[in-house]
Design a protein around this ligand. Structure first.
Ligand code: ASP
Length: 341
């Protein structure tokens, strides 16, 4: 009886944590997948029931596609690429179709992808006509001798490799055009309207072979300066994967995520500092970034399949699933843990 009580209390405590901590001796699950659709001022009070449900349905669809790949023995790299392509095609998110406009009225996409087994990586920056920037990032990784290509060079490479090229108008949706016009008419020059930044997409996965992968894709910050690159395509800032520690995808105010090398900082804290994923994420996201007034969050999976979804904003679109477990979908924070507006 007493043992049962202890067990129940232990289960409750584990359930309340935002990140899990499984000792490394435990066999990793057959697979695990976490995805995000950006962090920011995402509050139940600002959402209609339809919006709330559209986000949940969209996250569930993307998660399910990744889960199917992993369940059927596919790789974490394939799961990450497919999930992110689906979210890029979804106009609800600030990546691919539906991305934000820069101050000149163009859309410039950033994306990156990384494999934990050999730390191979690929990225594209400020590309304007590649339908799925994450697939271009993957091609840079797999079929070029470089890690990072930008603008026309990246676009020409993607076209040469047979990726779908679209007219830039394909990405433009009315909601973002209106937001751009409104900012242009009301904002002083070159100021970020802070606090509304969300919609970047990302995914991290652990597959049956024990390989981690991470990827992130975005239109960047609304009304950004033309040519600005954020953290999303910067390996070590917005994306990182290392089979010895974890896979990370970040979202938030990119300038801070670059300066603090957020994704690699998590890896380094685990690898060299002996911290758990939960400890590392808590210190980086809830202390360092909060102390600098930098809003955002991360999703991560460690090498034994512990999942972490940590953010300091009122919400982060997120979903996760593990072999043998029910999927989780969340939009809002517990009000007690949201520190930044
Ligand atoms: N991190 C992205 C950037 O700075 C924006 C975001 O995640 O919302 O470009």
């Amino acid at each position: 009886m007493r043992n049962t009580l202890y067990l129940l209390v232990a289960i409750l405590i584990i359930g309340l944590q935002s990140c899990e901590t499984t000792p490394e001796t435990i066999t990793p699950p057959a697979y695990a997948l976490v995805i995000h659709g950006g962090a920011g001022v995402i509050k139940a009070a600002n959402m209609t029931a339809e919006m709330d449900s559209s986000y949940r349905v969209s996250l569930a669809e993307a998660l399910d596609a990744g889960k199917n790949i992993l369940e059927n023995g596919g790789t974490s790299l394939d799961a990450v690429s497919v999930v992110i392509s689906i979210l890029e095609d979804n106009p609800l998110f600030n990546a691919g179709r539906g991305a934000v406009f820069n101050e000149q009225g163009f859309i410039e996409h950033d994306a990156s992808i990384m494999l934990g087994s050999d730390r191979n990586a690929g990225a594209v920056g400020a590309v304007r006509n590649i339908k799925n920037p994450i697939l271009a990032a993957r091609l840079v990784m797999e079929e070029s001798k470089h890690v990072f290509l930008v603008r026309e060079g990246a676009e020409q490479f993607a076209a040469l490799k047979g990726l779908q090229i679209v007219d830039p108008s394909w990405f433009m949706v009315n909601k973002q055009r209106e937001k751009y016009e409104q900012t242009k008419n009301t904002q002083p020059e070159r100021e970020f309207p802070l606090g509304e930044k969300h919609g970047t997409v990302g995914a991290v996965a652990l597959d049956n072979f024990g390989n981690l992968a991470a990827g992130t894709s975005t239109g960047g910050m609304h009304f950004k300066q033309s040519g600005r690159l954020g953290d999303t395509p910067v390996i070590g800032a917005g994306t990182y994967a290392d089979n010895e520690s974890c896979a990370v995808s970040a979202t938030g105010h990119g300038e801070f995520f670059i300066r603090y090398a957020v994704a690699h900082d998590l890896v380094a804290r685990m690898k060299y500092g002996g911290q758990s994923l939960e400890e590392a994420a808590e210190q980086v996201v809830m202390q360092e970034l909060v102390n600098s007034d930098a809003g955002g969050g991360i999703i991560a999976i460690d090498k034994v399949g512990n999942i972490c979804m940590k953010f300091n904003t009122p919400g982060m679109f997120r979903a996760s699933v593990k072999a043998g477990e029910e999927p989780y979908i969340g939009l809002y924070a517990d009000p007690k843990t949201a520190k930044k507006e």
